[in-house]
Design a protein around this ligand. Structure first.
Ligand code: ACO
Length: 333
């Protein structure tokens, strides 16, 4: 049986930096509150008219990843695209990537697992490579959050958290024993589906019905912040433990932990729990906010660009988010 490894990575974030002070001009919030609760100093928000969307940013990140893999677009056998903020209700963003990159008519799959979207996508790509069906799979996480946020005081708890951006990797067939993706683990608990959600417009409440009810703001993200926090710290930890145990590894073996950038306080809690030093954890939520499906590939790529991930390192990735869903990836670089 084959295994898979990352051969190329890239990310793209819009130029437009939005600081906490900028937000305080739109809503009743302040830099101190945001930094203290979330660690976020600034985020990137797409500027109206720039042409960027989840698919466009995803294609930009993908181009870099394909080039760094030493491949051309025709070498890609399959596309997996994760986003909770795709350009259209349907079709999904995967087919747009195929078109934007002018790729051959390869398959394109959309993954709808929000903050865990990239972990789910990698797991799918890994399985396709393990079976021998595909050799090079493009995996993208991309989010255009800013347009869909309630940027008034009413929506401040959620609006301050999220940023726009995209990250991509090429996952390729690996021939080297003990290298690449060692395991992926995925979980869900739909009983909490509404605790972090955007519920409309949906088939249950379509646009005309929404327009009849001006008090219904369910087209903005809803988050039960404290419940999400409580579950996140538990599930992050479980996901890491599960990945380590499956590979007969312990927390001492971790060289680099890349958490989904949900909230710096969640990452720090998990870091303390596993007694990891600052050098063993990569966080960049301070500069990009929570970019959901894009957060892990952006962080992974940035950590690698800064030389923080080296050949032979054990890299552990974990995510938790809406669904609830959570999961992990353990990789030997
Ligand atoms: N600026 C200023 N004040 C605010 C803001 C804001 N942006 N948002 C809320 N407040 C106020 C509230 O109105 C409240 O005021 P009150 O005490 O007068 O009523 C006070 O701050 C505390 O509000 P809480 O909602 O209780 O704040 P909490 O301490 O729970 O922090 C937060 C909110 C940061 C969202 C926290 O619950 C959290 O981190 N939850 C985890 C969720 C998360 O990280 N989600 C990321 C997306 S999901 C994912 O990626 C996993």
């Amino acid at each position: 049986m084959y295994s898979s490894k990352i051969t190329g990575m890239g990310f793209y974030v819009p130029d437009n930096v939005v600081t906490n002070d900028d937000l305080s001009k739109m809503m009743d919030t302040n830099d101190e509150w945001i930094q203290e609760r979330t660690g976020i100093k600034e985020r990137r928000w797409i500027k109206e008219g720039s042409g960027d969307t989840a698919a466009v940013m995803g294609a930009k990140a993908a181009k870099i990843a394909i080039e760094r893999a030493g491949l051309i677009k025709d070498d890609i056998d399959f596309i997996v695209f994760a986003s909770l903020s795709p350009d259209y209700y349907f079709p999904g963003g995967g087919v747009q990537i195929q078109d934007l990159l002018e790729m051959p008519t390869v398959g394109a799959l959309d993954v709808r697992n929000q903050c865990t979207g990239f972990v789910y996508s990698m797991s799918v790509a890994d399985q396709f490579i393990k079976t021998g069906m595909y050799k090079n799979v493009l995996v993208i996480g991309a989010e255009f959050h800013s347009k869909g946020l309630d940027k008034t005081t009413r929506g401040r708890t959620v609006a301050v958290l999220f940023g726009d951006g995209a990250g991509a990797v090429v996952l390729s067939r690996n021939e080297e024993a003990g290298k690449g993706v060692l395991s992926t683990h995925l979980h869900s608990q739909g009983k909490f589906a509404k605790e972090l959600s955007v519920l409309t417009p949906s088939i249950q409440k379509w646009v005309p019905a929404l327009m009849e009810d001006p008090d219904d703001l369910s087209y903005y993200p809803y988050m039960n912040g404290q419940l999400v926090f409580k579950h996140a710290v538990v599930r992050f930890s479980e996901a890491i433990e599960e990945g380590l145990t499956a590979n007969n590894l312990t927390k001492e073996d971790i060289d680099m932990f890349i958490p989904h950038q949900a909230n710096l306080r969640i990452s720090q809690f998990v870091q303390r729990r596993f007694k990891l030093s600052d050098d063993q954890v990569y966080n960049n939520i301070m500069y990009y906010g929570n970019t959901t499906a894009a957060s892990i590939p952006i962080a992974l790529c940035e950590a690698w660009e800064k030389g923080k991930i080296k050949e032979g390192d054990l890299v552990v990735i974990a995510a938790f988010g809406s669904g609830f869903t959570w999961g992990s990836i353990v990789m030997r670089w």
